[in-house]
Design a protein around this ligand. Structure first.
Ligand SMILES: NC(=O)c1ccc[n+]([C@@H]2O[C@H](COP(=O)([O-])OP(=O)(O)OC[C@H]3O[C@@H](n4cnc5c(N)ncnc54)[C@H](O)[C@@H]3O)[C@@H](O)[C@H]2O)c1
Length: 267
C-alpha cells in the first residue's frame, strides 16, 4: 500500500456499484487506500478490469464482479458472492446510474423504465440483499448517491425523478432499520465532471465553463469531492449521522447564484 494510505476504513468490507469509472471508481480507490476491502459491481467488463488492476497496483484489496444491476437474479447472486468472498458486507454504496432523458415529452416508456430500473430499483435490490447480514450483525452502513436534481428542477427528468426516490429510500432505511444498527445517508453531488457528461460536452464543449457562474465556489465538482464525503459517511467519524443528506455542491443549492445582485440592484 502506498504512503497515501489512511486507516479510517481498515478492514471494512465495502460494496460500490458502478465503480468502473467516474465517481464510483474514485470512491472505490479512495476506500481501498483508506484500508477498506472493496467489491466493485459493474456492467462494463472493460472499465471494471481496468479499475481493479489500477487499485491492485496501489496495493488495494479489491475484487471486481461483472454483472447487470438491472437483473434481479444478478444482484442476488452477486451480493451473495461478495458476502462469501469477503465474509460479510459492512458498507454498501449505491452509486450506479443511467442518465437517459432530458425532457418528459420525449421520454419513451422504455427510457423511463430503464431510468427507474438502474437508478432506483437497483439500489432497492442491493439494499434488500445486504440488509439481512447487516441486521444479523447489528451493524451496517448504506450510502446512497443522490443528486441536486432531486432537490430542484435542473433537467434530466426521468433520472431526477428516479433519484428523488433514492433520497426517500434513505429516509425509509434510516428510520426503519436504525434500531437494528443500520445507518443510511444520501450524498448529494452537484455537477461533477465525469464521462456521464460526454454527450452534453459533445454538444457544448464549454458546458462546464458555462455552468461555473451557478457555482458560488467558482468551479464544477471533481469525483474526489464526492469520494471524500463518502469516506466520511463510511467512517466512524459520522457514527451519529443517519437519514441525512450531505450536500456536496460548491454552494449551488444555497441559492440561485446570480440573482441576489439583480435583487439588490448591484449587477
Ligand atoms: N456526474 C455528475 O454530474 C453527477 C451529479 C450528481 C450526482 N451524480 C451521481 O453520481 C453517481 C456516479 O455518477 P458518474 O458521473 O460517475 O456516472 P458514470 O456514468 O460515469 O458512471 C456510472 C457507472 O454505473 C455503471 N452502470 C450503469 N448501468 C449499470 C448496470 N446495469 N449494472 C452495473 N453497473 C452499471 C456504468 O457502467 C458506469 O461505470 C451516480 O449515482 C450519479 O447519479 C453524478
Amino acid at each position: 500500500m502506498n504512503q497515501q494510505k489512511r486507516d479510517d476504513l481498515s478492514g471494512q468490507v465495502m460494496v460500490v456499484t458502478g465503480a468502473g469509472r467516474g465517481i464510483g471508481r474514485e470512491i472505490a480507490e479512495s476506500a481501498a487506500l483508506a484500508g477498506a476491502r472493496v467489491a466493485i459491481l459493474e456492467v462494463d467488463p472493460n472499465t471494471l478490469s481496468e479499475t481493479v488492476t489500477h487499485i491492485k497496483s496501489l496495493g488495494g484489496d479489491v475484487i471486481g464482479y461483472p454483472m447487470d444491476l438491472g437483473v434481479e437474479k444478478d444482484v442476488i447472486a452477486t451480493i451473495a458472492a461478495v458476502a462469501k468472498d469477503f465474509g460479510r458486507i459492512d458498507v454498501l454504496v449505491n452509486n450506479a446510474m443511467v442518465h437517459e432523458s432530458e425532457d418528459l415529452l420525449h421520454t419513451t416508456l422504455e427510457m423511463w423504465e430503464r431510468s427507474l430500473r438502474i437508478t432506483l430499483t437497483a439500489g432497492f435490490l442491493c439494499i434488500r440483499e445486504v440488509l439481512p447480514g447487516m441486521i444479523a450483525r447489528g451493524a451496517g452502513n448504506i450510502i446512497n448517491i443522490g443528486t441536486v436534481n432531486a432537490k430542484a428542477m435542473l433537467g434530466s427528468d426521468s433520472y431526477s425523478i428516479a433519484k428523488a426516490g433514492i433520497h426517500a429510500m434513505t429516509r425509509s432505511v434510516a428510520v426503519r432499520y436504525g434500531p437494528q444498527g443500520i445507518r443510511c445517508n444520501t450524498v448529494v453531488p452537484g455537477t461533477i465532471a465525469t464521462s456521464a457528461w460526454q454527450s452534453r460536452a459533445d454538444r457544448n464543449p464549454k458546458v462546464f465553463e458555462d455552468l461555473k457562474p451557478w457555482y458560488p465556489l467558482g468551479r464544477v465538482g471533481r469525483p474526489k469531492d464526492i469520494a471524500e464525503a463518502v469516506l466520511f459517511l463510511a467512517s466512524d467519524k459520522s457514527e451519529w449521522m443517519s437519514g441525512s443528506e450531505l450536500v456536496v455542491d460548491g454552494g449551488l443549492l444555497a441559492g440561485p447564484a446570480p440573482m441576489f445582485r439583480t435583487v439588490e440592484g448591484s449587477d
